[in-house]
Design a protein around this ligand. Structure first.
Ligand code: ADP
Length: 607
């Protein structure tokens, strides 16, 4: 069971949940309420007017009977028509699902990068997604709104139409008290058995969440075409499909147990309800014999009592379900409440035609969220417009972290980074981001048309996209694509899509960075996946590629950094050396010299 929530908390979450449904789709939510309300009132209108028809007939008032009959049919028809209309508007409003997906997309895109990357956030997102798929959150919330509105309306209507029963002088007081006590006992039984049923359902639903999680895992393995080769080569059909089947069968067994228990828990309340019906009939017949209850009245009171008892039973189940769902909604909202703790500045970044932007790292230290170790320590470095800076160092020395801080995927733990003398946190985030074209080592290309991928936009300037692809050495491959820039990357979305090798993907990522045409270009191992010829071409073209932009270039291949104006050597998160290739090489005890000699020896031995 989830941790306990106070009634106040339940109330707050429920209120927020209703406000939330309104915020994703106002029309859908209104129809949800309206449909439940009209459907609940309709049978009471029918009961009330039918009772009047019977009474009028009994009194021989034919015209009045006809009028009530017309009202019985007309009012019921109108109420049902209103309910059907609300329901059909609701059915056609698919925006409620898009609306929710869009809220997720908005959240994911507006979160601080550090949160997106966090394992806890990823687990929370996975968990609420699977719980939503199982029915919690959105679906149960809608059902609860429907059921609570409907049942409360039924109870109020039943009370309204049966209140006069208690004023009937011909029904002995003892019978009235018996009916009130009976109703209370039935209600208590319904709540107690509802609690038992609820516990059994919660257990079952928890297993559904688990089964859905496993189903998603196995489903991904099976449907992901990239895993098809491993499944075949290692004969993993039994392992994968067998696992899925075992989960399904376990689910079926639990479902059968749950349904049996549900049927069993319903028996006592059904018995009590019918005992109450019998008591009500007896009381009313006694009243009728004493001449104080009409035939129509008997029909009305008994029908109202039965409908009220069934609504009370239903209300106890749905209130419990709603309260159970509150625990899930609480977790659901906790995801949306994850704050974007990055400081959001408002300064506009000066648009400069001369690209005269200066960057300075001032005693910057950084720990990744949740990590105790420093990934960067006391980094001081300044670079000017147009400069080509190479960043070298062993794996794990902090090169990528340096780039990530520069383009504000994280904020420094200590110290500050300045752009033209101002702390970068003070700038408007999006404007600051627009200054950088970056190719990360673990870049991601999405399955859109090649031109769209290069432009990162639905529309693109074809000539510019082609030019960037050629500069990134993808020209020959582009010429071979029958649909050119309109070709789809990968086959996820389009059968005619083309697959990419790691090197080709890296070239497209580079073209995408060039297309953005930002004043800074940051390349993290841009040739790691390239063949030697392409690598050589990227190096030789590097000055042409980066033009007058300020470029930061990470590589552990030192030979490729010689063309840079300056080289910063990272070692265990700190800058060990900083200078031109010749100067650094001149320092016999320096890290650069050590790295250089090691690499030179490697190439010589290989040659
Ligand atoms: P390099 O680019 O020089 O190979 P990185 O900047 O990627 O090095 O890593 C520097 C240090 O930070 C390493 O110790 C690495 O393990 C750690 N690190 C990198 N990324 C993360 C992350 N997302 N979370 C926690 N630690 C990280």
């Amino acid at each position: 069971m989830e941790e306990k929530m106070t009634l106040r908390e339940h109330f707050q979450i429920a209120l927020r949940a209703v406000r939330w449904t309104f915020s994703i789709d106002r029309r859908y939510t209104l129809c949800l309420f309206a449909c439940a309300l009209f459907s609940a009132v309709a049978p009471f209108a029918a009961v009330y007017f039918s009772a009047r028809v019977i009474d009028a007939l009994a009194a021989g008032l034919i015209a009045q009977a006809a009028l009530y009959a017309a009202l019985a049919v007309g009012v019921t028809f109108l109420l049902r028509a209103a309910a059907t209309a609300a329901d059909s508007v609701k059915q056609t409003t698919s925006e409620v699902y898009f609306g929710e997906s869009w809220k997720h997309a908005e959240k994911a895109m507006s979160m601080a990068y550090g949160s997106i990357e966090s394992r806890d956030v990823a687990l929370l997102r996975e968990r609420i997604s699977i719980e939503t798929q199982t029915g919690y959150n959105r679906y149960f919330l809608f059902r609860s709104i429907e059921s609570l509105t409907g049942n409360v309306t039924k109870i109020v209507s039943a009370l309204a139409l049966s209140a006069s029963f208690f004023t009937l002088p011909s029904v002995p007081a003892g019978w009235k008290i018996a009916l009130i006590v009976g109703t209370i006992v039935t209600m208590i039984a319904a709540v107690a058995l509802g609690a038992l049923e609820g516990r059994s359902r919660e257990r079952f639903m928890k297993n559904c969440v688990h089964a859905n999680l496993m189903g998603r895992k196995y489903g991904d393995y099976i449907s992901e075409y990239a895993s098809g080769q491993d499944i075949r080569l290692y004969g993993m059909e039994e392992l994968v499909a067998g696992g899925l089947l075992a989960e399904d069968m376990a689910m079926d067994r639990l479902n059968a147990v749950f349904e049996r228990q549900r049927a069993l828990f319903g028996v006592p309340v059904t018995v009590l309800r019918h005992a109450m019906q019998f008591t009500a009939y007896a009381a009313l017949i006694l009243g009728a014999l004493a001449g104080g209850v009409s035939v129509g009245g008997i029909a009305q009171y008994v029908a109202c009592l039965m409908m009220m008892l069934s609504a009370l039973e239903s209300l106890s189940v749905s209130a419990r379900r709603a309260m159970e769902n509150d625990h899930y909604m609480k977790r659901y909202f906790s995801y949306f409440d994850i704050p974007n703790d990055m400081y959001q500045g408002t300064l506009t970044v000066e648009k400069r035609d001369d690209n005269d932007y200066n960057i300075e790292f001032r005693d910057v230290s950084f720990k990744y969220p949740g990590n105790d170790a420093y990934a960067l320590r006391h980094v001081n470095l300044a670079f000017k417009v147009g400069e080509k800076l190479a960043v070298v160092g062993e794996n794990g020395s902090g090169k990528t972290t340096f780039i990530k801080l520069l383009c504000r995927l994280y904020d420094p733990t200590e110290g500050e980074i300045r752009l033209n003398g101002v702390d970068i946190r003070k700038y408007d985030y999006d404007e600051y981001m627009s200054l950088f074209s970056v190719v990360f080592q673990d870049f991601k290309l999405f399955s859109f048309r090649l031109g769209q991928v290069v432009a990162s936009n639905r529309t693109f300037d074809a000539a510019r996209a082609r030019d960037c692809l050629r500069k990134a050495n993808f020209g020959d491959r582009l010429d071979m694509l029958p649909e050119g820039l309109d070709s789809f990357l990968y086959r996820d979305c389009d059968r005619s899509g083309f697959e990419l090798s790691g090197g080709e993907a890296q070239k497209i990522a580079l073209a995408r960075a060039l297309y953005k045409d930002a004043p800074f270009i940051l390349l993290d191992e841009p040739t790691a996946a390239l063949d030697p010829v392409s690598e050589y071409e990227v190096y030789s073209n590097f000055n042409a590629i980066s033009g007058d932009r300020t470029a930061v270039y990470i590589s552990h291949r030192l030979a490729s950094c010689r063309f840079c104006d300056r080289i910063a050597v990272f070692d265990h998160g700190a800058i060990a050396q900083n200078g031109s290739h010749e100067t650094l090489l001149g320092d016999a005890k320096g890290k650069y010299r050590t790295l250089w000699t090691a690499q030179a020896q490697y190439y010589e031995t290989r040659a």
